[in-house]
Design a protein around this ligand. Structure first.
Ligand code: ATP
Length: 489
């Protein structure tokens, strides 16, 4: 940025002197020459400094990857093209040039690419899309050329027949052309990748397969997805419960786990976690065990770790006694309504600060649920509203502690609108103006607020009971909470 300002000022001074009658042409030519030479030298340096390519030798098998059975199966089928290329050639099938892995971050895309290299006994080069993007013209394109050159060299050196080039963050290198208005360089780099992929032939001595990974499939240039380029797409989703159990098993294999630990319980609690989250849970659990000088990891360490990965580290914030009581009322409101709608759903309730939260209620997720009815969404909204309304009922006022809850409630209302579950019926919500949406949102929230308040008033005794015990003990397990909560009308 500073350089841009300097160049701008230089051009200004230059133009001013020219207007004043000085002959600036020779100096101008000299400066332009010097600038071009300087960018050339820098770009060479960037190219020389390792090209950003990493060559991994750690062997990963498909068995080292938990869950993802569909992705593994699809990928192995695609890789058989590479393994049995002679048979493919005999049938006139064109070689497979690219496989695109798409899915949320931390789900094991890189692991799958490494396992693919092991499965096919290929040389493996890995690079991130962001490594190609440099400010010096032509460097990105030259890097792409260099990458393919390097893959061929590796095949020769390692006496293999194939290489896999893994490009992570594919959406940075392969974004829709023209989308980076100020950066022509991105487009040149992508063009070069398309040229290289088009040039891959089955009769070459080295078979090169490009594997891309992205979590923004929609951002990719359609040319990349055209048949003959990345024409195999493998979806790598967040793991289901079975997958989570398998991943937890893989990452606890090398750790001393107490016999009493039931990994299914941990998998049950961790709906929505990626493989990377689960790896972190096992690691954090081991750290908790170390802190307690325990020789084994127990279920308690794993629960603590889930909480840490989900909500962040415990903090030493010390709210005043008055604030603590308000936080206790707020969290008790959430927990009471959650137990009313889904008995046994609260895993823990606490008024100890963690991450951004002053207090929290941790719920057991509903078992791998992918569809929600109107009643379920409304109940979730009521649970979100219950914190502030409990404050209002017991203290007469609400507080800023409910801001996150309102955000959550509004997102859920948006879901109701999008799913045609509001008075608007089935409609293209994106075409509605804010003025058209606002009254509908307000009516939904007002009605749900009234229903929530009714329930809070009806169960005021229970609310007061949990508040007192929570303010005293700071953290309650779901089971302890349920002892005080019965019966909620
Ligand atoms: P990103 O999109 O952020 O690059 P990714 O999908 O490529 O992420 P990986 O780098 O493959 O994810 O996974 C990160 C780490 O998470 C792995 O090193 C591993 O420890 C763990 N992990 C992720 N998925 C799995 C899985 N299915 N089985 C076992 N471990 C996994």
């Amino acid at each position: 940025m500073k350089l841009d300002i300097l160049i701008g000022m230089g051009v200004g001074v230059f133009a001013f002197l020219q207007v004043m009658g000085y002959n600036m042409l020779p100096i101008g030519l000299l400066l332009v020459g010097a600038y071009l030479f300087w960018t050339y030298v820098l770009s060479r340096q960037v190219l020389k400094n390792g090209n950003g390519v990493s060559i991994t030798t750690t062997a990963i098998n498909f068995d080292d990857i938990g869950g993802q059975s569909v992705a593994k199966k699809e990928l192995q089928e695609a890789l058989d093209f590479l393994l049995y290329s002679d048979r493919m050639k005999a049938l006139g099938i064109r070689p497979l040039k690219g496989i695109l892995l798409s899915g949320p971050t931390g789900t094991g895309k890189t692991l799958l690419a490494k396992a693919a290299a092991k499965y096919t006994d290929s040389a493996f080069l890995s690079v991130s899309g962001s490594e190609f993007v440099e400010m010096y013209a032509g460097v990105g394109a030259e890097r792409v050329r260099g990458l393919f050159r390097r893959a061929r060299e590796m095949v020769r050196k390692e006496k293999k027949t194939s290489a896999i080039i893994f490009i992570d963050e594919m959406d940075i290198l392969g974004a829709k052309r023209g989308s980076n208005v100020s950066h022509h360089e991105y487009d040149q780099t992508l063009n070069q990748l398309l040229v290289e992929m088009d040039g891959l032939k089955s009769d070459q001595d080295a078979h090169i397969l490009v594997m891309g990974a992205t979590n923004r499939l929609e951002a990719l240039d359609s040319a990349l997805l055209r048949p003959g380029r990345f024409d195999r797409q493998v979806k790598v989703d967040l793991p289901d419960k079975e997958g989570r159990i398998a991943i937890l098993q893989i990452h606890t294999n090398n750790k001393p786990l107490a016999k009493t630990v039931n990994l299914e319980d941990i998998a049950h609690e961790t709906f929505g976690f990626s493989g990377a989250h689960l790896e972190s849970v096992t690691n954090e659990a081991a750290i908790f065990a170390l802190r307690e000088e325990a020789s084994e990891i127990t279920e308690h360490h794993l629960h603590e770790a889930v909480e840490k990965v989900m909500l962040g580290e415990k903090l030493d914030r010390k709210p005043s006694a008055e604030e603590l009581r308000r936080i206790a009322i707020h969290e008790s409101g959430h927990a009471m309504l959650a137990e009313k709608f889904r008995p046994n759903s609260v895993a823990q309730i606490s008024i100890r600060s963690r991450g951004n939260a002053l207090g929290y209620v941790r719920h057991y997720p509903k078992d791998d649920l992918y569809l929600y009815t109107q009643a379920m969404l409304e109940e979730q909204i009521m649970v979100a509203l219950a914190g502030a309304l409990a404050e209002e009922e017991l203290l007469g006022t609400k507080s800023t502690g409910a801001m996150g809850d309102y955000e959550q409630a509004l997102n859920l209302v948006e879901k109701l609108l999008l799913a045609g579950m509001s008075s608007l019926g089935v409609t293209d919500v994106s075409r509605l103006s804010a003025e058209q949406r606002q009254p509908v949102t307000r009516v939904i929230l007002k009605e749900l607020e009234e229903r929530t308040m009714e329930s809070i008033k009806e169960n005021k005794d229970v609310l007061l009971r949990i508040t007192e015990i929570l303010a005293d003990q700071e953290t309650l397990s779901g089971d302890t909470l349920r002892k005080y909560i019965q019966p909620v009308a």
